[in-house]
Design a protein around this ligand. Structure first.
Ligand code: AMP
Length: 183
């Protein structure tokens, strides 16, 4: 089962992905977390990603896609996974389709967590991550609107998209996601 958790920054994708991973015993792949870890560990990848992540810009597609391709080839992901924060561009979405097709697999469903904009900004400011300052948040939302939100149409036209209302507490949102996942 390949599930993509989709939505603007701050809608709770990371929290829900962790809960799903723990409760459904499906591994979780967060590209943002992969970058933050690489930055903490000061790896080559971390050095490349640092400026992009800290300023809220998208890391170039080939780098992100390389990480996902490498991860999906590992045995622990062979039974499926929950993707959080990937894909974020049309090119990433097409690469993901190609990676999955060559593995004889496909996306089971894309769950779009829908949260009102004002609520998103409040939630992100509370998180206090280094890239959660008001100016960077504004940039990230703008990048989401221009580059990532168009994927809603892409996945909608492929019959993969389900939107749920994310304006609720963590467990309520979890139950809504659980309800729409394929059995
Ligand atoms: P996130 O934890 O998903 O909010 O991601 C934090 C940051 O990591 C983003 O603002 C980007 O700089 C970078 N990042 C994470 N996922 C991607 C992706 N799929 N494409 C490009 N950059 C990404």
């Amino acid at each position: 089962m390949i599930i993509v958790l989709f939505g603007a920054p701050g809608v709770g994708k990371g929290t829900q992905a962790e809960l799903l991973a723990a409760r459904k015993q499906v591994p979780h792949l967060s590209t943002g977390e992969a970058f933050r870890q690489a930055i903490r560990e000061e790896t080559e990848l971390g050095k490349i990603a640092k400026n992009y992540v800290e300023s809220g810009k998208l890391v170039p597609d080939d780098i992100v896609t390389g990480i996902v391709r490498e991860a999906m080839n590992r045995p622990e992901y062979s039974g499926g996974c929950i993707l959080d924060g990937f894909p974020r561009t049309q090119s990433q979405a097409e690469s993901l389709d190609a990676i999955l097709t060559s593995a004889g697999s496909e996306i089971s469903c894309v769950v779009n967590i829908d949260v009102a904009n004002e609520e998103i900004i409040g939630r992100m400011l509370k998180r206090g991550r280094k890239d959660d300052t008001e100016a960077v948040i504004r940039d990230r939302l703008e990048i989401y609107n221009s580059q990532t939100a168009p994927l809603l149409e892409y996945y909608g036209s492929h019959g993969k998209l389900i939107s749920i209302d994310g304006n609720a507490d963590v467990e309520t949102v979890y139950a809504r996601i659980d309800d729409v996942l394929p059995a």
